[in-house]
Design a protein around this ligand. Sequence first.
Ligand SMILES: Nc1nc2c(ncn2[C@@H]2O[C@H](COP(=O)(O)OP(=O)(O)OP(=O)(O)O)[C@@H](O)[C@H]2O)c(=O)[nH]1
Ligand SMILES: [Mg+2]
Length: 387
Amino acid sequence: MTRPVPPPTLSLVLPTYNERANLPPVIARLIRCLEATGASFEIVVVDDDSPDRTWELAEALGAEDPRIRVVRRRGERGLATAVVAGWRHARGRVLGVMDADLQYRPESLPAMLRALDDPGVDIAIGSRYAPGATVQEWSARRWAISLCARLLARVALPEALGAVLDPGAGYFLMRRRVIEGIELQPQGFKILIEVLARGRYAGVVEVGQQYEGRREGESKLRGRQITEYLSQLLDLSRATHELRRSVAYAVAGGSGVAAHLGLLAALTEGLHWPILAAGALAAEVAIIITFAWREILGTGYAGAPPGGAMSRLAHWHRRRVPGGVLGLATLWILAEWLGVPYLRGAVVAVTVNVLVNYGGGARLRQPRPVRALAPLPSVAPSSMPMN
Ligand SMILES: Nc1nc2c(ncn2[C@@H]2O[C@H](COP(=O)(O)OP(=O)(O)OP(=O)(O)O)[C@@H](O)[C@H]2O)c(=O)[nH]1
Ligand SMILES: [Mg+2]
């Protein structure tokens, strides 16, 4: 009689498409370093019926080692959906994914597991941008794609991704409960973004990686994945209501700037007020209009004190004063000392005002905190996270 096999601690999904040359070394290296940790594990290879028959090779490896399981999907393609399909088959208390192309070093897995020893940490990201991380052999174009992708992620999902350095990582571990009972709607290449936007978690850490160039096989990143990425960000931004708030903030901020410039023009041109007085009144009106819009749209702002509207208005003023004073000083220096036309000076002054306010901590939204870890020594045995 065969006894039921207890669920392993870790289930690591390896998504593959034409990775025949990479699969045996990546699995051998994973097994070597996972065995050294003493943790039980399974490796779930999810292959989309690769023309180079990666699935066949995976099945042969699985026949020799029951810890290797294979999901062969026919008539379906897509990295993110493949990863979720793998997690559906996974039995571990910790779920993870790693690109199978050996760009991430399997030897960093014990350090990633150790990051989850901290009960406050639910997700450990193998990060290409955390302190100590290195990225090899990227062309200027690949760097530019990555930078734009990260900036867009911050704009679309400032709360979920605002503090994450590498939301596009193809390598992360999480406790099963992060996605248990949650309906993921994976699309495109970036499953981590989906998990961070929809998942249920407290602490996130990023563990710096030595990200290497591809030695075998070729990249599957194409223009289509970039369009899918944009649509994924938009969908998630809508689903998490971050889009509605972004638009509301744009309305509030935009009307503040318009009122500031319009009133300044009217007071100086029409009523011939001195520039300092006009600038001060315009800044004050802009502060009140922005505040009023936020109250009307119900968006509030990060760090708003409890209590009524008047205490929020007083607090809002205190936060806005440094930006307002610096903006006014800029306007005065430009217009009065340097002879710059006042409206041009006002545009520079308002920009200074907005930058100081934003950079000075008067954040629109508070991103969920993320800790960054430099790479840890990677082979010492780990005591495993148990939930
Ligand atoms: N199952 C499955 N796996 C895929 C698919 N597309 C890519 N993969 C795998 O996902 C991993 C990452 O794919 P890559 O093409 O290296 O993409 P990338 O790492 O984001 O891009 P590069 O930086 O250009 O390498 C690799 O293991 C691929 O084999 C797919 O459609 N289905
Ligand atoms: Mg790759």
